[in-house]
Design a protein around this ligand. Structure first.
Ligand code: AMP
Ligand code: ZN
Ligand code: FE
Ligand code: FE
Length: 273
């Protein structure tokens, strides 16, 4: 089994369309994937009719939430893509994101950058949700920066002058939304949260598992989160968080995969859920 359960597409801030991802997954020899776009399932929906017979695609999403001041990402898998409550909630989140990008543009325009909503929507043309990476791309197109990382470092990261918060769901709300739609809720890249006390606080909110295998997790983190998963009787998953950004590993789909035994266990639980 060659599995990757964390992939972004142009439906959020990835560089490749859902159909390009299907094509690349087959070429890379992947057998099981999940598209986990930020706050949208439109990528999952648009590829449904095109999934080749030798590829298993499960429904997926990555919901950006706030736990007090900390950003926490909750992955959802195997939920009903037609769930009405889920769709309504996601529409609301997309609206909040759009208003936030408008505020970001106001801030950076005041700093002297000549950029407007049309510029951002031009690079986010296939996206159902807009985000900071689209603002970054628009600034690159205009020649202000060479790459996405430098835009974040200068303007968009937390604490930088173009940073704008927006009202996100809580981890509890995201977990309930996923589970009430028939899916499993997994804590994305716990190592990136950088606070295991907080991870332990989120687990009892109804989490089904932890994304233990992740490109930026060190061996120590992997061992630590495997132990934590065992201790709390949680599932373990893994994924690449592939966006197709040239400067961010993995540059190719299939370069980082979930260990086969972990993927099999996860899928068997998902199928019996
Ligand atoms: P948003 O959802 O609009 O808040 O944007 C968050 C996304 O921006 C993340 O999922 C990453 O893909 C990307 N991102 C966050 N920080 C950085 C960074 N320092 N450099 C490049 N991309 C980043
Ligand atoms: Zn992203
Ligand atoms: Fe994430
Ligand atoms: Fe992600």
């Amino acid at each position: 089994m060659q599995a990757d359960f964390h992939i972004h597409t142009t439906a959020s801030d990835g560089c490749f369309t859902p159909l390009q991802i299907l094509e690349q997954a087959v070429i890379a020899g992947l057998t099981n994937i999940a598209i986990t776009d930020h706050d949208t399932i439109d990528g999952c929906l648009s590829m449904q009719a095109y999934v080749p017979a030798n590829l298993n695609v499960i429904s997926g999403i990555e919901i950006n939430t706030n736990h007090l001041q900390t950003e926490v990402h909750i992955l959802g898998y195997g939920f009903d893509l037609g769930n009405v409550t889920l769709k309504c909630q996601l529409r609301e989140l997309a609206q909040r994101r759009l208003l936030r990008v408008k505020r970001i543009i106001e801030k950076i325009t005041a700093l002297g950058y000549n950029i407007n909503m049309k510029d951002v929507l031009a690079v986010a043309s296939s996206a159902s949700v807009v985000g900071r990476p689209h603002v970054a791309q628009a600034l690159i197109v205009k020649g202000y920066f060479a790459n996405v990382s430098s835009v974040f470092e200068t303007l968009l990261a937390h604490g930088r002058p173009g940073y704008e918060p927006y009202h996100k769901l809580t981890p509890q709300d995201a977990i309930s939304l996923i589970r009430n739609s028939g899916g499993l809720a997994i804590l994305a890249h716990p190592g990136l949260i950088g606070n295991d006390d907080l991870v332990r606080e989120i687990i009892p909110l109804g989490l089904d598992g932890l994304e233990v295998y992740y490109p930026q997790h060190t061996e120590t983190m992997v061992n630590n989160y495997c132990d934590l998963a065992k201790q709390y009787n949680l599932l373990v998953t893994g994924g690449s968080d592939f966006h197709g950004f040239p400067e961010r590993y993995p540059q190719r789909l299939g370069q980082f995969i979930c260990p086969s035994i972990v993927a099999s266990k996860f899928l068997s639980v998902l199928q019996s859920a």
